[in-house]
Design a protein around this ligand. Structure first.
Ligand SMILES: [Fe+2]
Length: 314
């Protein structure tokens, strides 16, 4: 046990980040994903320092229908104020609904109003938190596993990044799917990848390069994804296999989160119940691995420079 406490003094911002909670009435044990979500919410709520945000990187539900969102709302009703802001990105599963995409989006907006207390008119939005820009992307259609980003969202992303990065501040972007080919994709999208897997499988797909170009225009951009259900892996794993949850490329920091409650694969630590606590300081950003089941920092994996966390100097 141990409350979420900043590692260093003068922490400017702290938030809990999880992904792929997969709340699902049809789960063989529907209580399990709900328990995992509630566990992460209560850990966030009980933090030694009030958390600035609780963030989900998509697939809050396994299907975006009323019953699954109501089950999600139940979890938040038990922990109505885990942080100052609640931000839940859309995942591909959230856009799946027997009555079609529009019905799924309306359920998402309805649930967001209850959970996050804000009116939505778009699948993508931003939030200014203590002067830092949090950009939440979302698919404007359902074409399967990949998102539809679209011209309007790309123009909006460009504008938001320019505003957020002004003055060299870090900017935090959340999109359910990673850029194509990162974090071990396409193989890491499956526990048993087929031999002739499409190189775009598990990533953003056709619009990946357009998103990448915008992200790389600025310094100190952090791009968070989930979707693959890839566990946490160490820097030793990265050396041997060439990929990890934490990758840097042309100054862009890319972070892929495991599924909180739906099983993981392809790495060393494939358990449920894990996520990240991000701490922002004036000169660095810290990404710390958190086990929400035991409410402990994960110390078993050396992530970067022999340490069990990822640190990026600004
Ligand atoms: Fe998922």
């Amino acid at each position: 046990m141990g409350k979420i406490t900043p590692k260093y003094e003068n922490c400017l911002l702290s938030c809990v980040i999880v992904s792929d909670m997969h709340i699902d009435k049809k789960h063989p044990m529907p209580w399990l994903p709900k328990w995992m979500l509630k566990r992460s919410l209560s850990d966030c709520e009980n933090a030694a320092v009030r958390q600035d945000a609780f963030i989900g990187v998509g697939d809050t539900t396994s299907r975006g229908n009323a019953v699954n969102w109501e089950m999600t709302e139940d979890c938040f009703k038990k922990h109505p104020s885990p942080a100052d802001h609640i931000l839940l990105a859309l995942g591909n599963h959230d856009t799946w609904n027997d009555n079609g995409y529009d019905d799924a989006i309306n359920e998402y907006y309805r649930a967001m109003k209850i959970i996050c207390g804000r009116d939505f008119t778009k699948q993508f939005f931003s939030q200014n938190i203590k002067g830092y820009k949090f950009i939440i992307m979302g698919s404007i259609g359902d074409v399967g596993d990949a998102p539809v980003i679209g011209e309007e969202q790309l123009l909006w992303l460009d504008k938001e990044l320019c505003e957020g990065a002004d003055g060299g501040k870090p900017v935090f972007v959340f999109n359910h799917q990673a850029l194509n080919g990162r974090h071990g994709l396409p193989d890491s999208f499956s526990a048993n990848p087929p031999k002739d897997v499409d190189p775009m499988e598990g990533g953003i797909g056709k619009e990946s390069e357009a998103v990448e170009k915008l992200l790389k225009k600025h310094k100190n951009v952090f791009f968070f994804s989930g979707h693959s259900h890839m566990g946490f892996c160490s820097e030793q794993w990265k050396k041997q296999n060439g990929f990890s949850n934490f990758e840097e490329e042309d100054g862009l920091v890319m972070v892929n989160l495991p599924s909180l409650s739906c099983g993981n694969h392809s790495c060393e630590d494939n358990r449920n119940g894990d996520g990240i606590v991000m701490e922002v300081y004036s000169d660095k950003v810290l990404l710390r691995l958190r086990d929400f089941r035991t409410r402990k920092w994960m110390e078993n994996l050396a992530i970067s420079n022999g340490k069990p966390y990822f640190e990026k100097k600004l």
